[in-house]
Design a protein. Structure first.
Length: 364
């Protein structure tokens, strides 16, 4: 699953990407520094994994990961091919969620592509370009569907009505994610078209050091502007995060954070937020060879969770032995959990809970 970092040129996207992935994407004080998208696989911070490592003392520990893509900056006219528009929009279409970086700090030494700092205007600039691209997609699809609709095809008539609603919403400046659909309409007609503005979005407000702990007036403006959207807003000082990741020593990092009045790097909060935004959750396997976090969609069944380890596990699924994370910690080991009768034996219909520790029985 991929989350794409987007925003206007020069708002801190590549610096943020470097903080998250330590992949050292090029970043500089001029537009279009990033042309080809950079991709980084980022570990998801999870204190539960640390606790399981203490209890099990395994040979190795493997965290869950999420893929982060740093995409070229967007400018006005991108939907018509301005700047790197078509390439940018193609890259963003391939992601599952959007991390939209907004500049929320003043600094005369760092140029702004529009000459002044206004995160709400910046957000609207990108929204308009994405909405125009989705409008183009809608109109092309509508042309085809209308021909079938005129023949009396009921399915086509239903789809036509939905596409008209989408078209009208986009023309009013509403993103597809902000429009109301039934679950059936969304699954059968909306999702297959892969609208860019239907992707879940998190607004990442890039603040200065003074705003790292409590945000600032710019952040409040963004929160007000997006309150009607189904979107999350977080803030972090990307420049400061870059300084933290440059420190090799863990204790030095902690001292830096404590001096700033922070408990953890903002990048950790962002990665967990991106994981949640993608509608993902974690289950664990715990043994002396390996303690590992596995990534599954929220709502996955036990066989589907087993299939993430290997397809044979899903095909030959018999049952799952399940221990809740809190029980594992409370009793301290798998053996003691079993002795206390707190281990569940679950079948194919079991919906995996976030934090479950699982062992699968299968036969192929």
């Amino acid at each position: 699953m991929k989350a794409g970092i987007v925003g206007l040129p020069n708002v801190g996207k590549s610096t943020l990407f470097n903080c998250l992935s330590n992949a050292k994407a090029q970043s500089a004080n001029f537009p279009f520094c990033t042309i080809e998208p950079n991709v980084g696989v980022v570990n998801v911070p999870d204190n539960r994994l640390v606790k399981l490592e203490e209890l099990v003392n395994p040979e190795r520990v493997l965290p869950a990961t999420v893929e982060i893509v740093d995409i070229a900056g967007l400018v006005k006219g991108a939907s018509k091919g301005e700047g790197l528009g078509n390439q940018f929009l193609g890259n963003i279409r391939e992601t599952d969620a959007i991390l939209h970086v907004l500049r929320c700090f003043d600094d005369g030494n760092i140029v702004h592509v529009d000459g002044s700092v206004d995160p709400v205007r910046d957000k609207e600039t990108i929204d308009i370009e994405l909405q125009l691209k989705d409008l183009d997609t809608t109109e092309k699809k509508l042309e085809k569907v209308k021909r079938a609709s005129r023949t009396g095809n009921k399915e086509a008539q239903t789809e036509e009505a939905i596409l008209i609603r989408i078209k009208e919403g986009l023309e009013q400046g509403k993103s597809v994610r902000a429009l109301d659909f039934t679950e059936k309409e969304r699954e059968e007609y909306v999702k297959p078209l892969q609208f860019i503005t239907d992707k879940p979005v998190m607004y990442v407000c890039n603040v200065d050091e003074a705003g790292a702990k409590a945000g600032n007036a710019y952040v409040e403006q963004v929160k007000e502007a997006v309150k009607e959207e189904n979107a999350e807003v977080i803030f972090l000082a990307v420049g400061m995060e870059a300084d933290i990741t440059e420190l090799e020593d863990f204790e030095e990092r902690q001292i830096f954070l404590e001096d700033m009045g922070l408990q953890e790097p903002g990048s950790a909060k962002l990665i967990r937020g991106a994981y949640k935004l993608l509608d993902l959750q974690t289950y664990f396997t715990a043994g002396v060879k390996e303690v590992r976090a596995w990534t599954i969609p929220v709502g996955a069944t036990a066989p589907q969770a087993a299939g993430v380890i290997h397809t044979d596990f899903e095909k030959g699924f018999i049952r799952a032995e399940v221990i809740g994370y809190d029980n594992y910690v409370a009793y301290g080991s798998e053996i003691k959990v079993k002795e206390a009768g707190k281990m569940g034996v679950e079948g194919k219909e079991y919906i995996v809970k976030d934090g479950d520790i699982m062992h699968f029985r299968f036969n192929v």
